[in-house]
Ligand binder design. Structure first.
Ligand code: GDP
Length: 367
């Protein structure tokens, strides 16, 4: 039997038997010069997603394999969801291989923010998380910002060896690699990109000029992200597409902010303070009194407080309360995948409520 081709979208080996498994394409499609699996075909044409059975163990197995390789690891994180997209423990998987840390989606940060400041912040946070990258870069794969510099840095640090690009789903890894291919070959849009988490399957090998290759590894699904708790049709509301316009709220203790029906931020104790909300621009924020907040939610979730809309509100896990006594000003209260609220002044007590399973934590302010 002839060897099966790879899907030109996601790289999976094509199979014609099981429509529920990775790489399925109808047998008739094998007659074509290039084959695209049904899943990528649908994503491209209808923005429709099919669940596939690729497990966390598969991802771990692939990551584990990196330690046996000899090359440069390019780790991509999403600057908007830095901690959520971090891939904890990667430094243990990669063995002696150098790691180039690339933070993507720089276009989402307000233009007033200096890239140098963000890079220094990234270096500090990476160190705190146990990773010592060979270099840290900030890019927008989507806009092409900083890509030339990254291409040069990869060329420089790989020293003729293979390159392995890793990242959690939705960090923009496919967009990033498409940019690299475009820089190298002038061809665009070879790999499937979408705003659905988990679209890249199997390793895709992209030959480089000198006989070495660049490998695109599958994105690891991060179950702590907000994206996994809301319906695909509503993901667009929480995924920022453009530069985030921060919203500043002067609050007294005893006031609450609702971010749609997805999260809530209570100011519990402290002097009148400023709080800056960084979330997708179109997400409605509703201000209310803390004492009325529970009742408001029960009565208005899915309608006044939305997304999620009425149709999907029952699928949202219950909100869980996380309280923080913030000692230092300029601290971010992060809701993984949704955004963050910067506490501008020291010595306040606040509480963030987020769907059960979504990580909530504080960190030194990014901006
Ligand atoms: P992958 O799952 O990591 O391969 O991610 P994709 O390349 O499919 O991108 C995931 C989502 O992030 C898509 O909606 C992209 O349009 C978006 N995206 C990718 N790169 C950027 C970027 O530089 N800036 C912004 N704002 N969005 C991006």
């Amino acid at each position: 039997m002839n060897e099966m081709p790879n899907c030109i979208g996601c790289g999976a080996v094509i199979q014609t038997e099981n429509p529920k498994e990775v790489g399925y394409a109808p047998a008739s499609s094998l007659e074509k010069e290039t084959v695209i699996c049904q899943r990528c075909f649908r994503l491209k044409n209808y923005n429709e997603i099919q669940p596939v059975s690729l497990t966390d163990d598969d991802f771990l197995r692939i990551l584990n394999g990196l330690g046996e390789q000899n090359g440069l690891i390019v780790k991509i994180v999403d600057i908007f969801d830095f901690n959520g997209s971090w891939l904890p423990g990667l430094h243990r998987f990669v063995g002696k291989n150098p790691v180039l840390l690339v933070a993507n989606k720089a276009d989402l940060l307000p233009k007033s923010v200096k890239p140098k400041k963000v890079i220094n912040w990234l270096k500090r946070e990476a160190k705190n998380l146990g990773l010592q990258p060979i270099d840290v870069m900030l890019v927008s794969a989507h806009k092409g910002m900083g890509m030339r510099e990254v291409v040069d840095a990869i060329e420089n640090y790989r020293e003729g060896k293979n390159v392995f690009v890793v990242g959690c789903t939705n960090v923009g890894k496919s967009t990033f690699i498409n940019r690299i291919i475009k820089h190298a070959t002038g061809e665009g849009n070879v790999i499937t990109t979408s705003h659905f988490p988990g679209t890249t399957l199997d390793m895709i090998e992209i030959p480089l000029d000198d006989g070495a290759s660049l490998f695109d590894t599958p994105g690891i699904i991060n179950h702590h992200q907000m994206a996994h708790h809301i319906d695909n049709s509503e993901l667009k509301y929480i995924t920022p597409k453009k530069e985030i316009k921060p919203k500043v709220y002067q609050q007294n203790a005893g006031q609450t902010l609702y971010i749609g029906a997805l999260a809530r931020f209570d100011f519990i104790k402290g002097e009148r303070s400023a709080f800056t909300v960084y979330v997708a621009n179109d997400l409605p924020i509703h201000r209310t009194k803390l004492e009325k907040a529970d009742a408001l939610y029960e009565e208005h979730k899915g309608v006044l407080l939305s997304p999620p809309s009425e149709k999907y509100i029952d699928q949202l896990p219950e909100l869980v309360r996380h309280e923080f006594a913030v000692k230092d000003g300029k601290t971010d209260v992060v809701i993984s995948g949704l955004g963050w609220i910067t506490v501008q002044h020291p010595n306040v007590v606040v509480a963030a409520h987020a769907p059960k399973g979504v990580e909530v934590f504080i960190r030194p302010s990014l901006i």
